[in-house]
Design a protein around this ligand. Structure first.
Ligand SMILES: N[C@@H](CCC(=O)N[C@@H](CS)C(=O)NCC(=O)O)C(=O)O
Length: 209
């Protein structure tokens, strides 16, 4: 099978974020599963993502890597899915998408790995401190609906994944606003389809050993 849209992933990876986005988009896509040890570091895949990491997509010959970039790209490539605000109204969309891919991702990963910004060095760290980042993230997701208001967008897939995964792995604090936002996200049919698809693939992988 060779489709216009190819998705490279491992079900136990951030590829889950992109599969959720693909399910929101609703277009047909081909999935290529890569194992961590071999295929992800093969010359063929390194030609797609020199980082040797998943996820990646190839859409009509165009390569996109980085979850947040893939979410934004897909929203633009498939406008009928209505997953990006009109161009002139993308203030919150860009702001929180980049905030989650930069400061939030770095703050959460650093903390999980045991790195704490030394006192007095917050100016040097793009995220300042973990606590400040969490406070701002909390404010961003505290509305009743989505991060850009009434419209659900690709920014919710990405920011929402940071919140949902953070709560799941206990790498972000449990706060009512995070829980409420995650509950709204988990009710989405595309979120549920993603969990079913990747869940089945994980079970299959585990059965094979
Ligand atoms: N910044 C990248 C991170 C991708 C990433 O770290 N993927 C992990 C899985 S969650 C991976 O492929 N690791 C394999 C490796 O580094 O060897 C993104 O957002 O897509």
């Amino acid at each position: 099978m060779s489709l216009d849209l190819v998705f490279y992933t491992n079900p136990m990876s951030r590829g889950q974020i992109v599969r959720w986005m693909l399910e929101e988009v609703g277009e047909v896509y081909e999935t290529v599963l890569l194992n961590y040890e071999g295929a992800m570091k093969s010359p063929d895949y390194l030609a797609i993502n020199p980082m040797g990491k998943v996820p990646a997509i190839v859409h009509r010959g165009r390569v996109v890597t980085e979850c947040a970039a893939i979410c934004a790209y897909l929203a633009d490539a498939f406008p009928a899915a209505n997953l990006a605000p009109p161009t002139a109204e993308r203030d919150a969309y860009y702001r929180w998408l980049f905030f989650a891919a930069g400061p939030v991702e770095a703050a959460v990963t650093n903390r999980a790995l045991g790195f704490v910004v030394p006192d007095g060095r917050e100016r040097m760290a793009g995220y300042g401190s973990f606590d400040a980042t969490m406070d701002v993230l909390e404010r961003a997701v505290s509305g009743d609906r989505w991060i850009c208001g009434e419209q659900f967008t690709a920014a919710d897939v990405y920011v929402g994944s940071q919140v949902d995964w953070g709560l799941g792995f206990k790498t972000i604090p449990t706060r009512p606003a995070f829980e409420a936002y995650a509950e709204r996200l988990r009710a989405r049919p595309a979120y549920r389809r993603q969990k079913e698809i990747d869940g089945a693939l994980i079970a299959e992988m585990q059965q094979k050993g």
